[in-house]
Design a protein around this ligand. Structure first.
Ligand SMILES: Cc1ncc(C[n+]2csc(CCOP(=O)(O)OP(=O)(O)O)c2C)c(N)n1
Ligand SMILES: [Mg+2]
Length: 377
């Protein structure tokens, strides 16, 4: 079996024909499968059938498409954001992105029970707003590094749900030919690894490469609270600060590291650990995608313009078990946190008919993806 992985470092920016109004969407992964859904490239996703009551769908979609193109053209920017716009609305787009991640993972857990997945899997149920809120500010040429809990980050970045599903099923058409599984994904601008802390030096290395190449792209790494216990993290913080690397560290503090609560695992202040290395820290305790997004927007911009490392600490909560059936947390604690789960929080600002239409369209799309992935050799 020949495995060809995508070139991890983006190619040199296109220099020919600078006048062309090019909007360079990311290249399709080499093992691309037709039908893969794009969730969060700069695209518009129409709502499913039946929602026309509240939105003039086609008009809105056309409007948002035109707006996205003209904004890019007006700035002359050779990039677009990863923001998904559904029926002309960023807020609906964010909801769809999070809903898709949620249902993708719930579906995965069901498939795991069937015994048709390769290896293990860790869901980010409850943390979808982190992926959606941060990644909407990233753009072509940036690089994302993730960990064992990477599906949300991957889907928000690439939208390649079929590639990921096939990968976790161990199919050759998967994004890494079926050998990376749930935790070890390598795609254009994306890498995840299950070795706790191991991705931080890698993310810093890519940030250094960007700096040396004089790019204005950034490297973003997602890590968990329990990973603050890894020594490689602190070596990375030291170098990132000394060398002024264009790196955004996103710490998703979900209060638990597998079976250990943060209070038994992490002494002192998380913020102070980063500040000890002279790194600016922004902290948010929220499951509201818009609140997280506004912090992320500021920090992404700060990293991009100063070229220096910044840290975003998001205090959140994991609503599922650590992996498949391992949960050591008090039931009352988990039940309380379901009351502020990100989809419910964001739904409050949406019209019911709109989010219901999105839910229906996500179900339809996911069913198609699962069917296609099952049928793959
Ligand atoms: C070096 C290393 N040690 C142990 C593990 C096993 N392990 C996988 S996830 C995990 C807990 C991670 O906790 P945290 O960083 O808080 O991330 P979360 O699972 O909460 O998202 C552990 C101990 C590992 N993957 N790598
Ligand atoms: Mg944790």
């Amino acid at each position: 079996m020949t495995i060809t992985l995508p070139n991890f470092l983006s190619p040199e920016p296109e220099k020919e024909n600078p006048a062309a109004p090019a909007i360079p969407l990311p290249a399709e992964p080499e093992a691309a499968i037709t039908g893969a859904t794009t969730l969060s490239k700069a695209v518009t996703v129409p709502l499913g059938e039946g929602e026309a009551a509240t939105l003039s769908q086609e008009a809105a979609v056309n409007e948002s498409e035109a707006a996205a193109e003209s904004a890019v053209a007006a700035e002359g920017a050779a990039w677009v954001t990863r923001q998904t716009v559904v029926a002309g609305s960023r807020e609906l787009g964010l909801y769809r992105g999070m809903r898709f991640i949620r249902r993708f993972e719930e579906t995965l857990l069901g498939l795991f029970e069937e015994g048709i997945l390769n290896g293990t899997t860790h869901a980010c149920i409850g943390q979808e707003a982190d992926a959606a809120g941060v990644i909407e500010h990233l753009r072509e040429g940036d690089h994302i590094f993730s960990n064992h809990r990477c599906h949300g980050h991957y889907l928000a970045w690439t939208g390649d749900a079929l590639g990921l599903m096939a990968e976790i099923m161990g199919k050759e058409a998967g994004v890494c030919a079926g050998i990376g599984g749930s935790q070890h994904i390598c795609a254009e601008g994306f890498m995840s690894n299950g070795v706790q802390g191991g991705i931080l030096p890698t993310a810093a290395g890519i940030a250094l490469a960007k700096k040396l190449k004089g790019e204005d792209t950034i490297s973003v790494v997602f890590m968990g609270d329990g990973t603050l216990g890894e020594g490689a993290v602190y070596e990375t913080l030291n170098m990132a600060s000394l060398w002024e690397l264009p790196l955004l560290i996103v710490l998703e503090d979900n209060e638990w590291a597998q079976s250990t609560p943060v209070a038994l695992n992490t002494a002192g202040s998380m913020r102070a650990r980063f500040e000890a290395f002279g790194l600016p820290v922004s902290e948010v305790e929220s499951t509201d995608v818009l609140e997280i997004s506004s912090h992320a927007e500021e920090l992404v911009e700060a990293v991009r313009t100063t070229g220096k490392t910044h840290v975003l600490v998001i205090h959140t909560y994991r609503l599922c078990h650590h992996s498949k059936s391992d949960d050591h947390r008090p039931e009352e604690e988990v039940a309380l946190r379901w009351q502020t789960e990100p989809l419910a929080v964001h739904r409050q600002r949406l019209a019911e008919a709109d989010w219901q239409a999105i839910d229906a369209s996500v179900e339809e799309e996911l069913a198609g993806i699962v069917a296609k992935a099952r049928a793959l050799p």
